[in-house]
Design a protein around this ligand. Structure first.
Ligand code: SP5
Ligand code: ZN
Length: 341
């Protein structure tokens, strides 16, 4: 399978996140993409740079005002005399004016962000837009008839909603790929999210839609990030009712338990009868992941890839999380090689 990747990912670097009461360097770091790139090259996959897509290619998924905020946020930060990474320090909680967008940059950050773990630095917009273009390029290849493609995106995307960012995510790369496939001849598209964390942004974006199925397997939000979405009783609303499926799993989940849930998730995808599949490919389900608590071993990732291939659907893989940096490449390449086998 072909791979699309942009070196511009490295512009998103140098931020800190609030982790257990302390500011620490982000677990989501440029070296992640470097290890993955090395492994996919070693696996013999051809790597290309993304095609150019305009800002308007984001508007089917994201609010235009939100996109403009992301594009200009760091310049606004510099305009008030600040430098370095930006993190929000106040959010519109229950009882507050949730629909009021303050004019100041600190209020705007709190309005659009949902955590204090997703810093914006000077290069964040360029990196996030390049990642979005990678996902759109992979979707374009598959729309043109490729069996599969892999978008090596960084920063990741599945936590970013219609007008929200968080969880290291700014633009929802997988949702952009799904929407692109919808606009390029696929009447129904399924998104299957195997990242350790619930894909709350993807769920938000397609919540009321019946043309895009969203299925996510993840650590239970009772104890795991993002805490406030990802429960089994969330099933979509309006026309989208029944087109969202969540499979929350406990900490310590092994491959035996995971693969049983994966079978149920794949059944849901097969019943939907999509024309194409987008896989939000996080490998933070790995036992060695520093911020997650499943117990998948290296040998399980090719098995996952094999199962995904058995759906026999045109498939776009989009990179999401995974923070055991030195093992990331082999785990990602394992899924892709299992799929291609
Ligand atoms: C794309 C993606 O994987 N985003 C994950 C964002 C997680 N950010 C907050 C993590 C909080 C984890 N709590 C640490 C518990 C350590 N045992
Ligand atoms: Zn994750």
């Amino acid at each position: 399978m072909r791979v699309v990747h942009s070196p511009r990912h490295a512009l998103h670097d140098g931020g800190m996140e609030l982790h257990r009461g302390e500011l620490v360097p982000c677990f989501e770091m440029p070296a992640r993409a470097d290890f993955i790139l090395q492994a996919v090259r070693q696996a013999g996959l051809e790597v290309s740079e993304p095609q150019a897509f305009g800002l308007e290619s984001l508007w089917g998924v994201h609010d235009a005002g939100f996109v403009e905020f992301l594009r200009t946020a760091h310049a606004q930060w510099r305009a008030i005399g600040k430098q370095g990474f930006m993190l929000p320090s106040g959010f519109p909680a229950r009882g507050m004016r949730r629909d009021h967008l303050p004019s100041g940059i600190n209020g705007q950050m709190g309005y659009y962000a949902f955590d204090a773990g997703t810093p914006i630095v000077q290069g964040t917009w360029d990196a996030a837009f390049a990642a979005a273009q990678c996902a759109l390029t992979a979707a374009a290849w598959v729309a043109e008839g490729e069996r599969s493609a892999y978008a090596l995106c960084r920063p990741p995307g599945h936590h970013a909603g219609h007008s929200t960012y968080g969880g290291y995510c700014f633009l929802n790369n997988a949702a952009l790929a799904a929407q692109h496939l919808r606009e390029r001849g696929c009447a129904r598209v399924a998104v299957l999210d195997v990242d350790y964390h619930h894909g709350n942004g993807t769920q938000d974006i397609f919540w009321e839609r019946a043309d895009v199925l969203v299925v996510s397997l993840h650590g239970t939000p009772e104890t795991e990030y993002p805490y406030f979405l990802g429960y089994a009783d969330e099933r979509g609303a309006g026309a989208g009712e029944g087109f969202t499926h969540n499979f929350p799993l406990p900490r310590g989940t092994t491959w035996a338990q995971y693969s049983a849930a994966l079978d149920s998730a794949l059944d849901a995808v097969a019943r939907f009868g999509p024309d194409a599949l987008v896989v939000s490919l996080g490998v933070d389900t790995y036992v060695g992941d520093p911020i997650s608590a499943f117990a998948l071993e290296r040998e399980h990732f090719p098995l996952m890839g094999r199962r995904l291939a058995q759906l026999r659907l045109p498939t776009v893989f989009v990179q999401e999380g995974g923070y055991a940096v030195e093992d990331l490449g082999l785990n990602v390449a394992g899924v892709l090689e299992g799929f291609d086998a």
